[in-house]
Structures are given as structure tokens and as C-alpha cells.
Design a protein. Structure first.
Length: 128
């Protein structure tokens, strides 16, 4: 488990293309998108410059609710979030919370960790 609880995966695509690919993967799997936060777009609206930076918030009430019932504090970290941003060298990076980190942080029962572990497979599919 990474010390900071974050997993970072490089994407061969632009931030915009990576976002579209992830949204497509989520739609194919029937996963609900709750929000898209465009940090760089909001910065631009107030005259500030920032590399492309977006956060996609998504999940499945069917999968997430049982986990939150077993570990109520997990609600602070759910729905799942993925940060898609352009790094210093222009490389697109996809960052998300490690399921192991979330399990440890919130004492999620072992039998329910699979409900939030799907994020890695979703991201892998989007950046392939």
C-alpha cells in the first residue's frame, strides 16, 4: 500500500481523452457518474492558469451502501473519485485512493473490500 494511500497510473492519452475513455467504461459497466469537477476550467474562469485537472466522482449505491453500513466513516471517501491531471512533463496521470488504504483507514470488513476495489480495473481499462 502506498504511504499516502494514492495509486497513480500514467495514461497514454490526453486528460480529455482519458476522461472520455473512463466515462465510457463506467457507462458500459452501469456505474453512475455523480459529478465532474473541472478544477482547471474553474481556475480559468477567475483568470488563473492551471494544467488540465479534472476529478470524476462515481459509484454504485448497490455496491457502496453495504460498505458504508459496515464502516460508516467510509462515507467521507465515497463515492469513488479519480483525479485525471496533466503532470509537470505533460504526461496524463490518473490518481485514486488505494482500496487497501481505504480498508485500513475505515476498518472495512474483508468481505466487502471487493465493492470498492473495482476502481483499479476501471482505470486500467480506460488507459489501455
Amino acid at each position: 500500500m502506498p504511504a499516502n494511500g494514492l495509486i497513480q497510473v500514467p495514461s497514454p492519452y490526453s486528460v480529455e481523452e482519458t476522461l472520455k475513455r473512463l466515462q465510457s467504461v463506467l457507462a458500459q459497466r452501469g456505474v453512475q457518474v455523480f459529478a465532474l469537477i473541472d478544477h482547471s476550467g474553474e481556475a480559468e474562469k477567475v483568470g488563473l492558469k492551471m494544467p488540465p485537472t479534472k476529478v470524476l466522482i462515481f459509484g454504485s449505491p448497490k455496491g457502496g451502501t453495504p460498505v458504508m453500513l459496515a464502516a460508516p466513516s467510509l462515507a467521507i471517501d465515497l463515492p469513488l473519485k479519480v483525479l485525471i491531471a496533466e503532470g509537470e512533463n505533460g504526461q496524463t496521470l490518473v490518481t485514486y485512493n488505494s482500496p487497501d488504504y481505504l480498508q485500513h483507514r475505515h476498518s472495512v470488513p474483508e468481505e466487502l473490500i471487493k465493492n470498492i476495489s473495482v476502481v483499479g480495473a476501471l482505470v486500467a481499462k480506460a488507459v489501455e
